[in-house]
Design a protein around this ligand. Structure first.
Ligand SMILES: *Cc1c(COP(=O)(O)O)cnc(C)c1O
Length: 385
């Protein structure tokens, strides 16, 4: 199965087979001409960008998407040398030499970028880099997200005309992002869709890749013309974009991450014993109390203290406040030090599903997964080893 980390038993187990299964779930809904890009920003939503990239590409993903140039460079350096990597956020034009050197595809939201980038290459005596490479970019359109991108067909037309002056750039794609496909008014999807159709009329034919689908749009709102790329994020990790539970939706997605630890200390306490900071918890009767080495510094936040953890198929309440590095739980009976504690994932008949935790702590699955701290080692399950 997995190797326990040597000095602390807390770990995130990432099932790469689940990642591959989730890629195939989406591919089955797509046409052959559409490409799936695995969105692995924020270290693969906390799962580990390099490992998720490898698994997703092996299952049929055709490209990767990240948020920043630094994330993209990390992937190139880890051996993904030729696969397209799209940087979804805006980048600083002063990084132009590295963007071209690492063969990245960037997102542009206006003309400004090009003049500044060219100036930078000139100032730093790097113009020679343009002799055998072009700057590849996708133009972002803001159809209602209100984040980045051009907002009108007139702006797009002006951009299209002006960009012809830059013979060192390759305008490969154009894209937008829907703000309510993963929750919010569905009519807003139609509003954004109409804007998309209108704005893209001003995009030249030569721009090959036109895409608008994230997980939610890809899974639930396929439209014609299809999205040439599906930017597949949260569902890649097996989590429903709206945090609907699989029991309610019969979703075929498989969550990839579980978090487990072990009991490191156990004691029998008399009624009246107080537990943890603030002495807010007082045992009502004699109880078995165990200590688990995970806390808010690991991403197990103080507001998760209403979420029971799973021990030997039992749901055990967290007692008292969650500390930075440890938390205490009440056991139904004595269990020895070394007993497995499941914080996220399945234990017997019970499952702590990330969407269930999100719903009861007023957040979203995305935020919980991204918040799992660096200190928690990721252990990878795969059929290949
Ligand atoms: C993060 C992101 C995605 C992925 O979204 P999911 O909802 O996780 O599938 C797609 N496109 C853009 C522009 C993004 O920023």
């Amino acid at each position: 199965m997995f190797e326990p980390s040597e000095h602390r038993p807390t770990e995130a187990i990432v099932d790469l087979n689940a990642i591959q299964h989730n890629v195939r779930v989406m591919l089955e809904q797509m046409d052959d001409e559409q490409k799936l890009y695995a969105v692995i920003k924020a270290d693969g939503y906390g799962h580990g960008a390099v490992q998720v990239a490898e698994a997703a590409l092996a299952a049929g993903a055709k490209g990767l998407a990240v948020s920043t140039v630094d994330e993209a460079i990390e992937l190139r350096q880890s051996g993904h040398r030729f696969v397209p990597i799209l940087v979804l956020g805006l980048t600083d034009p002063r990084g132009i030499a590295e963007i071209i050197y690492y063969n990245l595809t960037i997102t542009v939201s206006g003309l400004d970028f090009f003049a500044k980038a060219y100036q930078q290459l000139e100032d730093t005596h790097h113009l020679a880099i343009l002799e055998d490479a072009k700057l590849r970019f996708h133009l972002k359109l803001d159809t209602g997200m209100g984040r980045i991108g051009l907002t009108s067909a007139a702006e797009v037309a002006e951009f299209a005309k002006a960009v012809e002056d830059f013979n060192w750039v390759d305008w490969e794609g154009v894209f937008t992002h829907f703000s309510t496909a993963g929750g919010g008014p569905e009519s807003y999807i139609d509003y954004q869709w109409n804007n998309w159709l209108e704005l893209t009329t001003a995009v030249p034919e030569s721009v090959r890749l036109r895409h608008y689908a994230n997980s939610a749009m890809g899974l639930w709102y396929p439209r014609e013309p299809k999205s040439d790329i599906v930017r597949y994020g949260i569902a890649l990790y097996g989590v429903d974009p709206k945090d609907q539970l699989p029991s309610a939706t019969k979703s075929p997605l498989k969550p990839a991450m579980s978090i487990v630890s072990e009991i490191v200390h156990v004691k029998h306490v008399p009624a009246g014993t107080h537990i943890s900071y603030g002495a807010t918890y007082e045992a009502a009767d004699d109880q078995w109390i165990a200590t688990v080495p995970i806390g808010y510094a690991d991403g197990w936040l103080r507001r998760f203290n209403g979420i029971p953890v799973l021990v030997d198929g039992n749901a055990c309440p967290i007692v008292g406040t969650i500390n930075m590095d440890q938390l205490m739980i009440q056991l139904p009976q004595e269990y020895p030090v070394g007993t497995t504690v499941t914080l996220l994932g399945q234990d017997g008949q019970l499952e702590n599903h990330v969407s269930m935790i999100a719903a009861s702590t007023d957040t979203i699955g995305y935020e919980i997964l991204c918040g799992i701290g660096k200190r928690v080692p990721r252990i990878y399950l795969t059929d290949d080893i």
